[in-house]
Design a protein around this ligand. Structure first.
Ligand code: NAD
Length: 322
């Protein structure tokens, strides 16, 4: 099985090698192909990603992605947004788990405010928020199929202001009704607060692209920060796994980034390729290291990125041998 590894920029270059070691420890049969993409590559070659990298990514059985820096420059296109769109990775799953809550944020990943349809003029700038029936129905179906084996569905939207969200919400309600999934709705701004105050009230949350992006960063507060949250980008033919965090230039190159989000993303990848047992082992090995009081600086500890990863690998080899 072929896994494409795109470290990207910043701390992506530190956490993905750690995640690769964990994958290799559990599944020595996996083959890895490195793919260089991102702002660093753009600075070096003038291109952040080419058709050749897209070809390698699309031919892999799964992709493990670090994070890329996206400078706020009008002529620079986000690499990760291009990959999500090109491979039609329409469902972005962001699990947020802790004591007393188990939330799955299902974010539409290909349209909405990240449509890429934009116009910047001297006195105005405009971004088109595109919500299609096809895009809304398929993300609602995806969320319902997750919610069916869990509890219920919450639709996060801003239908009191945006007509495009009346459209999105009504489609989600209709899909949930047809699927027999209990469903409630909440304005996204109120949801951002309530999810922090009462996380146990939420199960599967479906929402549009940018709202899901923001909500998942907000929800990271529940678990101790961005260094802990993994994600999966799923399409009908491809899948990409990446930490929720970005390239964190403020801490890059210092060996202090928390690798847990990348490790959990690798765990989701293992489950996706049909090895849920290995996915669970990753989680239990992470917890075993944390239970010894060992953690990175963002969680109040002193362990380095590499050191934490090595301890997880050691924990895994102890478990797989016994
Ligand atoms: P960020 O997630 O990179 O960092 C936000 C804060 O969280 C920073 O203080 C950072 O130090 C901290 N942090 C993030 N990950 C951490 C980890 N693993 N361990 C410890 N601390 C961690 O978000 P940002 O600063 O808004 O963005 C930086 C760059 O990343 C930007 O260029 C942005 O466009 C890009 N970005 C990329 C992706 C992606 O590739 N999918 C996602 C988000 C942001």
């Amino acid at each position: 099985m072929l896994i494409a590894l795109a470290e990207g920029d910043g701390i992506g270059r530190e956490v993905i090698p750690v995640a690769r070691d964990v994958l290799s420890a559990l599944r020595p049969d996996l083959e890895f192909v490195p793919v260089e993409v991102g702002y660093g590559r753009w600075q070096r070659t003038g291109e952040a990603i080419t058709d050749e990298e897209m070809r390698v990514l699309s031919s892999a059985d799964a992709i493990l992605f670090g994070a890329v820096t996206t400078p706020p420059a009008p002529d620079y296109q986000s690499v990760i947004v291009r990959i999500r769109k090109s491979l039609d990775l329409y469902a972005n799953l962001r699990p947020v788990r802790g004591r007393g809550f188990d939330i799955l944020i299902v974010r539409e990943n290909t349209e909405g405010l990240y449509s890429g349809i934009e116009k910047v003029e001297h006195d105005s700038a405009c971004t088109l928020r595109c919500i299609s029936r096809k895009g809304s129905e398929r993300i609602a179906r995806f969320a319902c199929s997750e919610a069916r084996s869990r509890c219920d569905l919450t639709i996060g939207h801003k239908a009191n202001v945006l007509k495009s969200d009346v459209f999105f919400r009504d489609i989600c309600i209709a899909v949930a009704r047809d699927a027999g999934v209990p469903c409630k709705e909440c304005y996204i701004d109120a949801l951002c607060l309530d999810v922090l105050q009462h996380p146990g009230r939420y199960d599967v949350i479906v929402t549009t692209n940018m709202f899901g992006d923001i909500l998942s960063d907000v929800a990271a507060y529940l678990v101790g920060g961005l260094g802990l949250l993994p994600s999966a980008n799923i399409g009908d033919g491809h899948a990409l796994f990446e930490p929720v965090h970005g390239s964190a230039p403020d801490i890059a190159g210092k060996n202090i980034a928390n690798p847990i989000a990348a490790l959990r993303s690798a765990g989701m990848l293992l489950t996706h390729i049909g090895d849920p047992g290995a996915g669970c082992l990753v989680e239990s090995a992470i917890n075993a290291v944390l239970d010894q009081g060992i953690c990175t600086r963002d969680l109040g500890g002193k362990a380095g990125t590499r050191e934490f990863g090595d301890l997880v690998v050691r924990e895994l080899s102890r478990r797989t041998k016994s």
